[in-house]
Design a protein around this ligand. Sequence first.
Ligand code: SPQ
Length: 429
Amino acid sequence: MILTKARELNGVIRVPGDKSISHRAVMFGAIAEGITTISGFLPGEDCLSTISCFQKLGVAIERDGEHVKVHGKGLSGLQEPKEVLDVGNSGTTIRLMLGILANTSFHCTVIGDDSIGKRPMKRVTEPLRSMGARIDGRANGQYTPLSIRGGGIQGVAYTSPVASAQVKSAVLLAGLQAGGATSVTEPEKSRDHTERMLRAFGCDVKTDGLTVTIEGGQELQAAHVEVPGDISSAAFFLVAGAIMPNSKITLRKVGLNPTRTGILDVLKQMGASIAIENVQNEAFEPYGDITVETSSLKGVEIGGALIPRLIDEIPILALAATQAEGVTVIKDAAELKVKETNRIDTVVHELQKLGARAEATDDGMIIYGKARLQGVQVSSHGDHRIGMMLAVASCIAEGETNLQQAEAVAVSYPNFFEQLKELQQESPR
Ligand code: SPQ
């Protein structure tokens, strides 16, 4: 895809539904009693993989655009699939689904694309095995293909070495079906969509600091889920609006769950002009409208407990750092190495191609501002977030940027390029 430098970005848009919440709404609806309805569902490839896997497990799911109806089967109603369960590119689908399958008496084989084949699965297969699930797979259950036959699982008190919502959720979803209580303790707090949604489906889930506990044997009751906009998708336009001249962008109904809003904290600290309005707190996930305007940014240090609150936004924050005065240091983010790509290496490599000064470190990166970017051939490497970061970079880069594997953005943001174009065509403010 050939992208050219933009003059300014102006307008009001609604970003698509939150990916993490969309996945969970389908999965929890599938194992609940009754019919779950979802509005604002993200029709991205990852969430469509979740629908397809649960359909293969015998769940009737109807979708009309962003509206989804899930005919719940209850906790013990899933059926042995006749085909392999293919999660495509989605880490959330495979890890949470393994937790759900940990107590089924039947057999399943789970696969994904090349990227999924490189992502570590022991972080979930190990605790699930310790609960009694029988899981096998390549490299002793570290990589796909995985095969699972659950049944007879017992609660566990699990201390996770990583702050990961996928690990926490997999163990809690198994715990829901296990004998006794299950608790998960993490080193830092990861996103808490699973805990919030389980409560919305009628479950008792206790949170005490970094430990979450659930009693086995609870039934989920179908619910209506309204999915707010995805702050991880909004992040691309938040940075675009801040680094582009003469720009003002408003993003409507964006999820503001505090475990996800690290991007807002950091952009404000960098000096970005950001206003949040119309905040709604009654739903189980808060949301509001965010407006960003052209800003002068300065470098910052990002690490510690902030990292899980913005882990998926680091690629686009790195681009913001190339346009900030001074140095930005990102540390404690080794988890970036096991995402859709090694996001430390791909971000640094692609930004360097565009003329930025960036260095990879063991657990993050160092970026020196302020750089004048020059359009060249770049690649998403099949990683949706790298693709969108590079598309935003093309708006400020001189000349033409040739983005390879642009189609990867459909994983989480199918109408990204349309909205980017829309904002370029709005009349100046
Ligand atoms: O689903 P997947 O492929 O893992 O997607 C990513 C992303 O960038 O969209 C990570 F690559 O988001 C994860 C996120 O990094 C989604 C997620 C969730 O919904 O629970 C949690 C985070 O991963 P983790 O490993 O920290 O739990």
